[in-house]
Design a protein around this ligand. Structure first.
Ligand SMILES: Cc1cc2nc3c(=O)[nH]c(=O)nc-3n(C[C@H](O)[C@H](O)[C@H](O)COP(=O)(O)O)c2cc1C
Length: 175
C-alpha cells in the first residue's frame, strides 16, 4: 500500500518535456497498463491510438494549442467506443468511466518507468476525430503526451492543492 501511495503521489501533470525519444518498449508498457484496466461488465470499450510518426505528429499537434504539448515525442489518444460500452438499466453509458480508469492506469504506469504525462481533455474533438479518421461511435476522450519530464512538481501539492479528507468523507450518512 505504501508503495502505491508513493507512486500515486509521484504522478503529476507535466507540462515541460525533453526532446529525448521515448523507447517503444516503454510505450508498450504504458499501453499494457491500459489494456489490463477493469471495465464495467469487462466490456473494455476502449481504443488506444499511438501517434509517433513525424508526419502524423505534425498534423495531430494542431488539435491542442499549447507549445509544451507540441514538444512530446509520443501521444496516446484514449478513445471510448460507445457501441461496445456497458449501459445500465437506466441507460447510463459507462464508457467514460471505463476509459478514465484505463487512462489512470496509464499515467501511473508511465510514472513508474520515469515518464511524464498530462491528462488532456480540452482539445479540439472534431479535428482530432478527423485527423485520426475515427468513426462516429469512437469518441476521443483524453490525450496523454508521453515524454521524459523537464519540470518538477510542487512537493507540497497533495497538502496545499487537494481537499482534506475531513471535507470529503462521510461515514454512514451524508450530513
Ligand atoms: C479529466 C481531466 C482532464 C484534464 N484536462 C487537462 C487539459 O486539457 N489540459 C491540461 O493542461 N491539464 C488537464 N488536466 C490536468 C489537471 O489540471 C491536473 O490533473 C490537476 O490540476 C491536478 O494536478 P496534478 O495532475 O499535477 O496532480 C486534466 C485532468 C483530468 C483528470
Amino acid at each position: 500500500m505504501d508503495s502505491f501511495i508513493k507512486l500515486a503521489k509521484k504522478r503529476f501533470s507535466s507540462r515541460k518535456y525533453s526532446t529525448r525519444q521515448v523507447e517503444d518498449e516503454k510505450v508498450l508498457q504504458v499501453l499494457e497498463a491500459g489494456r489490463i484496466a477493469p471495465s464495467a461488465a469487462n466490456f473494455q470499450p476502449w481504443i488506444f491510438v499511438v501517434v509517433k510518426g513525424e508526419d502524423a505528429k505534425r498534423e495531430f499537434k494542431s488539435i491542442y494549442n499549447k507549445e509544451w504539448f507540441k514538444e512530446a515525442p509520443v501521444f496516446i489518444i484514449i478513445c471510448g467506443d460507445h457501441k461496445s460500452s456497458w449501459k445500465r438499466a437506466d441507460g447510463k453509458d459507462h464508457c467514460d468511466i471505463d476509459v478514465a480508469i484505463a487512462v489512470d492506469h496509464m499515467t501511473l504506469a508511465a510514472t513508474d518507468i520515469g515518464l511524464a504525462t498530462c491528462w488532456i481533455c480540452n482539445f479540439d474533438i472534431a479535428k482530432c476525430s478527423e485527423v485520426l479518421n475515427l468513426p462516429s461511435n469512437i469518441e476521443p476522450v483524453a490525450i496523454l503526451p508521453l515524454a521524459y519530464p523537464e519540470d518538477h512538481p510542487d512537493p507540497d501539492r497533495h497538502i496545499t492543492k487537494r481537499k482534506a479528507l475531513k471535507d470529503i468523507v462521510y461515514y454512514d450518512k451524508y450530513e
